[in-house]
Design a protein around this ligand. Sequence first.
Ligand SMILES: [Fe+2]
Length: 211
Amino acid sequence: MARRTVSVADFIETLKGFEKDPITRDRVLHYLRETALDRASLDRYVHFRSDMYTRNLIYRDDLIEAMAVCWSPGQRTVIHTHNGQLGWMSVESGALAVINYKWLGCNASDNQNVAGTELDIDRREVQECYPDGPVNTVDKVQTIHQVVVQGKERVVSVHVYSRPIESCVAFDLERRICYRRQLSFYSRYGQVVVDEGDLAAKPVPDSAEHV
Ligand SMILES: [Fe+2]
């Protein structure tokens, strides 16, 4: 289905309009399915790096946040949870695969929001996301996934979350542990906020972030 192209400013105004009533998965899903972002208006939020993908904040208030995530070929997230928040992701260019997991258990936590050890999660399905293709969602039921760049093209994806979160739990299947990690942005409102010295000081594996 061809999407209607709107500017980033109009996109954010529409998202803010959703705040007048309870924000549900389906209300935002329908809007994202029919909406593409004007690339010129998105450009200030687009920053590619070869050493990591970048999270670029477009808008944030108490209820929602919107960001552009920019990926180079070969990049991927770790497996991570969204703490039960609602989330929507559409791909503006390139292609991503979202690998969904089901949490089965963890010996040191009551739920997936608390870091623990000896975790047990199960790979369930893969969703391919591309322009004019499916909008990926997370919610209280499906909250754990990994996002992987597909193919040789750079990727720009747009993510909306409600509510914003500051950290998430990530999963290390090799060591069979989960751990809490802080979330950060490469740029906020069009301004790069990451210090190159900070990046150089610590190794940044291409899988070290979360979206
Ligand atoms: Fe995610």
